[in-house]
Design a protein around this ligand. Structure first.
Ligand SMILES: O=C(O)CCC(=O)C(=O)O
Length: 288
């Protein structure tokens, strides 16, 4: 842990993170900003970006498309690499009240690895699913109660989730420390005993470890569930929304640039393995 003026987890949060593998942060985004971000999510639906291309690309891969396939704001959308859509999305990368806790959990050798907005439409045709993050490799890597994670996510709710089966973020508390069931027949789902379908209000944020079993519940609520997701990894793991450091560096603060892969010098072997000498100073700097 870095000793500094950044926020740190409370003792209670620290125990909950270690044992459950996730935290709920209430009302970190005020209502007027939720409204703005929600309108931004509606706006980007109609502009080009990376979206799933079912039937063309494997599940979990994204293709540059002219817009989301469904143009109804209440319809499904899964947009990656949000930072290209403006400063509001960039500033969420290191929003202090959330990012401070991420640094407390991950340590200072951290990068932002991915951003995403998912709108889960209300429909009878989507049963929900659960998974661990980081694909085939990371799902086999678990951490202990005392270890920093390799990767973690912040998920911001932009709509209220008031009842079960409303597209709830669903977790299996403590599953970040248990083996991944490789047998497809035993895959966990949002209704498996032990699943907790979280409720929440627009403006809340969930922090969770890559190794936690999690995923969306079905949404039968009659309204869309809207979220923003920001992923972080240890520096040597690197980002996976773009090939090179993000194209939005010119709009960023020094701390955001560092988080987006700009180390302050051209790439050389050793980069991202050992951090720049000013890493802690840059990560601790709240403003510039
Ligand atoms: O709730 C969702 O729509 C998906 C969130 C999720 O599972 C993830 O970010 O990995």
């Amino acid at each position: 842990m870095i000793s500094n003026s950044m926020l740190t987890l409370t003792d209670e949060q620290r125990v909950k993170w270690a044992t459950d593998g996730y935290l709920v942060l209430d009302q970190v985004i005020p209502p007027e900003e939720v409204e703005f971000l929600s309108a931004e999510v509606d706006r980007i639906r109609s502009v080009p970006g990376y979206e799933p291309a079912p039937g063309e690309l494997p599940r979990g891969h994204y293709k540059w498309l002219p817009g989301a396939i469904d143009q109804d704001p209440q319809g499904f959308m899964d947009r990656r690499d949000l930072l290209i859509y403006g400063k509001a999305f960039i500033d969420l990368v290191d929003r202090p009240d959330v990012f401070d806790l991420i640094v407390d959990i991950m340590g200072p050798y951290v990068l932002h690895s991915m951003s995403q907005s998912i709108v889960r439409a209300s429909t009878q045709s989507f049963p929900g699913y659960t998974h661990t993050d980081g694909g085939e490799a990371l799902r086999r890597i678990r951490v202990t109660e005392t270890s920093r994670p390799l990767a973690m996510k912040a998920m911001y709710l932009l709509s209220d989730v008031e009842a079960p089966d409303s597209g709830n973020f669903t977790v299996f508390p403590g599953s970040h420390m248990r083996p991944f069931p490789e047998n497809a027949e035993s895959f966990l789902n949002p209704h498996t005993p032990g699943a907790v379908q979280l409720r929440g209000k627009a403006g809340d944020c969930y922090l969770f470890s890559h190794a936690l079993w999690h995923g969306p519940a079905p949404n039968h609520s009659g309204k869309a569930r809207k979220t923003l997701l920001y992923n972080y990894c240890q520096m040597f793991v690197r980002w996976y929304d773009h090939e090179t450091p993000s194209q939005v560096l010119a709009q960023c603060t020094p701390r955001q640039r560092r988080l987006l892969g700009d180390l302050g010098y051209d790439f050389r072997p050793g980069s991202y393995f050992y951090a720049p000498e000013d890493q802690i100073e840059v990560i601790k700097a709240v403003t510039v």
